[in-house]
Design a protein. Sequence first.
Length: 534
Amino acid sequence: MMVLTLLFCLLSFQFQLPFAFPARNISLKCMQDTDEFLSDLNSVEPKEYALRMYDSVGKLGSNILSGNVDRLGSYSECLSAHAPSGSFQGQYCKLRILQDGADYSVGVCVPDSCAEQDVTVMSRLDILRFRNASFLAPPLPLFTMNSSSSSGGSVATCATGMFPLDTFVAVCLFLAILGLVLPLAGTMYVAARGWGSDHRVSAAHGTPLATYGTLPLREMERREQRNRTQWTRCLAHLSCSGTPSRGNSRHFNELRPLVRVKPEDGGRVEAKTSCCPDLTGFQGPASNCQVEAASSPTWKEVGLQPLHMYSVCLLVALFSLAPWGPVWEVPKFHLDNCRQAWWTNLLLLNNFLSVQNSCIGWTWYLANDFQFHLTTPVVVLVHGKSKHVLVLLGALLFLASFTATALLTWAHDLPVPDPSEASENATALYFLEYYTKPYCRFGPFLVGLFLSIFMHQNHQANILRSKVQALLGWICSLSIMFAVVALAYAVDGTSVTPSVAAALYQAVHRTLWAVAVGWVVFACQEGYGGTMLV
C-alpha cells in the first residue's frame, strides 16, 4: 500500500497533474476518487455529477451580521451524485471551521470513499478547488480588517445516513409500535361493541326472545358479560374515546389547584398522587370536599409515567427511523441523551440528574410535580392535628422556597427578563440551578394546596359578603399580575454585579402570580366572577 501511494505521488509530480495533492494521512482510494472528481469538475466540459457535488457545497449567504454564518449546502443533492465509473458517489460532510475568532460550519460534498480524517486533511491543505477557487472561499469574516482565509482549525464530520439499530433502539421501536396499535385496537373494540349493543336493542323491539338450548339468549348474553375476560376490559380502557367526568366545576376545570378531588366519592380531596390526568386539578365542586390524609404516594398511582416513558420510546423510534439531513447532530444529540439518561426519566429525577444532557428535556416538570405531591400527605396530616402548626409549617415552607431561590439567583447572578440575552454560562446556570428545581417552584404548589384546604374549611360559609370585597379582591389580583409582568422588564438581571432586586423578584414572582390566579378561582367559586360584579 505504501509503495502504491509513493508511486502515485511520483507520477503526479512528474506529469504535473493539476489536481494531485500530498498523500500524507489520506487513504489511497480517497485520493484517487477525489482526483477523479476534481478532474471531471475542472475539465472544459464538466460532468453533471461533478457539478452536482460542487453545487451542493455550502456557499456564503446573506445576513451574516445577524448570525447566519453556517453554510449547510444541499444534503440531498450531494447524495444524488454518482460517478459514471461507478467507483464512488457523493458523501455529505460538514466542516467546523475556526477562523479569525469565528466558529461556523460549511457543508462539503466528497467521494464516499473518504473518511472524516481524510476530509479534515484535505480541507486544511486546501485541496478542494474549482477553477483555482477554494470550496471554502470566500472567508467568513470578510467584513473585518486583516482577515485570513486560512481554515487550519477545521474538523470534519460526515453523515452516515442512518442510526445504528442496537438493542435500545429495537426495544423502543417495539414499544412505540405497540403503543400505537393498542389504542387503535381498543377504539375498534369499543366501536364494535357499541354497534352490537345498538343492533341488539333495535332487534329486541318486536322480536321474540330467542333461546339457546334450554337458556334464553338474553341470559347467555348476561353470562358472557359477567365472564368477560380481563384483557377485553383493559382493551376498552385503552380506547382513544372517552367521556368527561361528571360533576366537574367549570371553574376548577380550567384553573386547577394542586389537590385532586374525586367526584365519585362525594368530592373527597386526596392528598396523594393521581393515576389520571387530573393529577394537579380539582375534578368536583370544592363545597363537598372532605380532606383525607393518605399515607404516602405510591408508584402504582403515577399513571402519567407510562405515557411519559412511552414518549421517550416514541422519540427514540422516530429519530432512529428518520433520514439524516444537514443538521443530523440534533436528533443524534437527543438519541444519545436518551441512551444514557432514560433511567432518570423512569425514576422522575430528570430535574436533578443529567439536566444538561437530559432525555426529552421538556419533561422535567413531571419530576417536579411528583416531588411536590410527596409533601402533600405531610401537610394534610398536620392540618388534621393542629391548624396553628399548619400555619407555621406553611410559613416555613414558603420562607425556605423564597430563601433558596433568592440565594441561588444572587450567587449565580442569574438573569431575569430573558436568559437568552445573557452569557452562555449564565444561561446554563439558569436552567441547571434555578429553572428546573422544585424548591424554586414550590410556592405556587403551596398556594394551590392551602387554598383548597381553606375553601374546604369554609365551604358552607359565604366568605365574600359584598361586591365591594369582591371588587377589591379583583383589583388586587389584576394589580399583582400587572406588577409581575412589568417588573420583569424593570429588574436588571444582566448587571455585572449580583442584583438584590433580581434575587427578590425571582424568589416571589411565581408565587405572587399563583396567588392572583388563586383569587380568580376563589372568586368564581364564590359567585363573584365577571358579570356578578356589575
